[in-house]
Ligand binder design. Structure first.
Ligand code: SD4
Length: 319
């Protein structure tokens, strides 16, 4: 039997699992119908900006950048970009990442005074030989690239911080009270995946703290051969399990997006038996447009936009 016939027999006759063959084959680009998903209720508006690009045949990369910029610029959103809650010392410090299905990626961490960290992350990917820049270096790079310095601490967020200072009690609060993050995944008409993530991190965190959002493989991972994932919640726990890399690798092994997200949540629970003060929510998207979402506990919502319209959904959860 020559090799070609063997592979055909293997695929149709069941000698080898079909997925084994796929792992080693170069992925062909599919024509697909675009889909964009993102974390939390503010994802609905963010998805609209992404959808405008996707429906005109634009790339998933352009779509996720445009989408994530929406909550970054919104002062009423106190967990992302402008208007984000500051750290304990009153500084708004931002983390963001962006990744394409071909493995190219960029990120910034502990960046101050720049309203759109996701766009700086994209510049790191496209205009620097590196993947990640932090703090002062990230700021200098952003300024060199033409971004402007801005005051990101709004009056409302300053007041919330001053209120918090009275007790200075650092307690973890699940869901919207303390932390959300925009994580967005998209597949475009060419079948290419991309994702982006942006946050001001946990409210009133220690100065210098960096969460999962800028760490490739923790809050974001994208691979056209397997799928895409993003995460929100307590970054320290998501980092410990390399959450989004785990989700995508499980999808590569044949897990459905939802099952893969559930497995990541279960790993976090295994590290934290009995704890009820944690939250983590994962979203996953396959190249064929299949969506998965799973959270550690109640309260995680996500937004979906496809040709059928827009939806806000509550995620299933474990505890
Ligand atoms: C962080 N994961 O900095 C982010 C915060 C977040 O929902 O997602 N909150 O840990």
């Amino acid at each position: 039997m020559n090799r070609k016939n063997f592979l055909r027999t293997a695929a149709f006759g069941g000698l080898l699992p079909v997925t084994r063959l796929n792992i080693h084959s170069t992925p062909t680009l599919l024509k697909t119908t675009p889909v964009v998903i993102s974390t939390w209720n503010f994802g609905v508006e963010a998805n609209r900006a992404a959808w405008e690009i996707l429906q005109e045949g634009g790339s998933a990369l352009d779509a996720v950048e445009a989408g994530v910029r929406v909550p970054e610029a919104d002062p009423s959103n106190q967990s992302v970009g402008y208007g984000g809650f500051p750290d304990r010392e009153g500084h708004v410090t931002l983390d963001a990442s962006i990744m394409k299905g071909d493995g190219r990626c960029g990120s910034v961490a502990f960046l101050q005074q720049i309203k759109h960290p996701v766009s700086v992350a994209r510049k790191v990917m496209e205009e620097s030989p590196h993947i990640m820049l932090v703090g002062e270096g990230a700021l200098r790079f952003a300024l060199d690239q033409g971004f402007e310095r801005e005051e990101l601490l709004t009056d409302n967020s300053r007041k919330a911080w001053q209120e918090w200072m009275k007790e200075s009690e650092y307690k973890l609060m699940p869901n919207i009270e303390n932390h959300d993050t925009i994580g967005m995944l998209a597949v475009d008409a060419e079948g290419n995946l991309a994702g982006a993530c942006s946050t001001s991190g946990l409210a009133f965190k220690m100065h210098g703290r960096v969460g999962d959002s800028p760490l490739i493989g923790s809050a974001l991972f994208v691979d056209n051969e397997a799928g895409a994932a993003t995460a929100t919640g307590h970054g320290e726990e998501i980092i410990r399990v390399a959450g989004c890399h785990l989700v995508v690798e499980l999808m590569r092994q044949g897990y459905r997006p939802q099952e893969a997200c559930r497995e990541a949540v279960r790993r976090i629970i295994k590290h934290n038996p009995g704890r009820t003060d944690l939250q983590a929510g994962f979203l996953a998207l396959s190249r064929e447009g299949e969506i998965g979402a799973y959270a550690l506990q109640d309260g995680f919502s996500f937004a979906v936009r496809d040709q059928e319209g827009e939806k806000l959904q509550d995620s299933v959860y474990e505890l």
